[in-house]
Write a protein of this length. Structure first.
Length: 411
């Protein structure tokens, strides 16, 4: 049997883009201690910069949106190939299990990190007391289930996948309805992707949803099991778009096409969004509502243009077989799951060191990825954990893969 197009190396760039979105999450979280104002993060470094504020604003606008779009794309591919029942089993294994088990493993490390961060800003840090206190919070289930962790994204991915599957099942009960809906959705997405104004058309629904967020930008729904309506709609919007793009390579190519006008729109949107963001806390401003209106429009345009451009750049530069890239892509899910406690503990360790923030940020990212890759290679990749995360057990390859020399040994 011939492999379908989606299995070929032609779509390697989508796998690379998904890994990039997850790796960018590590950089995002590592940046938060260098913000020039206290934001409630675990620790605030002695070296801060307004540049970090812009980095955080821009990266937060599209990294998870890109991830959910690609999740929708690959979810439909998997569902069509394996069937709904097998797809559900796969989601439970790859999403629900890491969510539940990861919470028990990571929460004590994360909560203790927050406590040590508070201690570091007051004086001495007591690691043992922080860990003991954090372990005691495990009895808080289900209260505060998301607080202190980053695993809420798995919960929302499960929720959105379930909603899409239910809708797919209901529509599929009636053959005529299924044909009509399929035809309507295809015509709609084709018209959008082929339009010169595709970014603006896609941005309008996103801007409408952003208006109802509690903050300017995208909220982080890490306080309750009750789904946040605006967040669910936004990530569901990107998931559904990716779902509809799957199998329609002409439309996908139209959406990710790189051109000067798209880059120009992105640059203008980023500049205006960054400028308007300074008014977020000025609720007494005479033009506050107008300023927020302008912000959600440009933020949505920035969001969609960055998603499109990043996919286009990945298609141009990362769309070829590469064993190093493949290894990182396979490890990226694990890296994102495990990175946050490592990042926070490192932020606390670096907080008082007399180094420039850029040196600290780079060091935290490199050490976090390095440690996480070692754990992945020796304790995850070829074990039952790797099978759960990657869908199959993979052979260890760290000793056979020379990342820095670029040379590959024969297996």
């Amino acid at each position: 049997m011939n492999k379908p197009l989606e299995n070929s190396d032609r779509l390697q760039y989508l796998v690379a883009a998904r890994a990039l979105a997850l790796l960018l999450g590590i950089v995002f979280h590592a940046s938060l201690s260098f913000m020039p104002m206290f934001i409630g993060w675990a620790v605030m470094d002695i070296s801060t910069s307004s540049t970090v504020t812009l980095l955080v604003l821009v990266s937060h606008s599209f990294r998870l949106e890109l991830f959910f779009l690609l999740a929708g794309y690959f979810s439909r591919m998997s569902c069509n190939r394996r069937g709904g029942y097998e797809f559900i089993k796969s989601r439970l294994l790859r999403l629900a299990m890491p969510f539940c088990l990861g919470w028990f493993v990571l929460r004590p490390l994360l909560v203790s990190g927050w406590q040590m961060g508070a201690q570091s800003m007051q004086g001495e840090v007591n690691v043992k007391n922080a860990l003991d206190s954090a372990i005691a919070t495990l009895t808080a289930i289900p209260k505060d289930l998301f607080v202190g962790t980053h695993l809420w994204f798995l919960y929302y991915l499960l929720l959105i996948s379930f909603i899409v599957l239910v809708a797919r099942y209901i529509v599929g009960l009636n053959t005529n309805l299924k044909k009509s809906v399929s035809s309507l959705l295809y015509l709609t997405i084709a018209a959008v992707c082929k339009s010169r104004y595709s970014l603006f058309i896609l941005a309008l629904p996103a801007a409408t949803i952003l208006w109802f967020m509690q903050t300017w930008g995208v909220d982080t729904p890490d306080k309750s099991l009750i789904p946040d309506a605006a967040v669910t709609l936004l990530y569901g919007y990107f998931f559904a778009f990716g779902w509809l793009l799957q199998g329609r390579q002409t439309l996908l190519q139209a959406f990710i096409q790189l051109n000067l006008s798209r880059v120009f729109i992105c640059a203008i949107a980023i500049a205006i969004t960054c400028w308007l963001s300074q008014y977020q806390m000025e609720k007494g401003h005479y033009y506050y509502v107008l300023l927020k209106f302008g912000f959600v429009i440009t933020y949505a345009a920035m969001m969609w243009s960055l998603v499109s451009i990043v996919l286009g750049l990945c298609e141009r530069f990362l769309n070829k077989p590469d064993k190093k890239l493949q290894y990182l892509a396979e490890a990226s899910y694990w890296l994102y799951l495990i990175h946050l406690p490592i990042v926070i503990w490192l932020q606390i360790a670096f907080a008082e060191l007399p180094l420039h923030w850029s040196v600290k940020l780079a060091s935290i990212c490199v050490i976090t990825v390095g440690l996480s890759l070692m754990l992945y290679e020796f304790f995850v990749r070829s074990t039952f954990i790797g099978k759960a995360l990657n869908g199959k057990r993979l052979q260890r390859s760290f000793l056979k893969l020379r990342f820095f020399s670029g040379q590959l040994r024969r297996r």
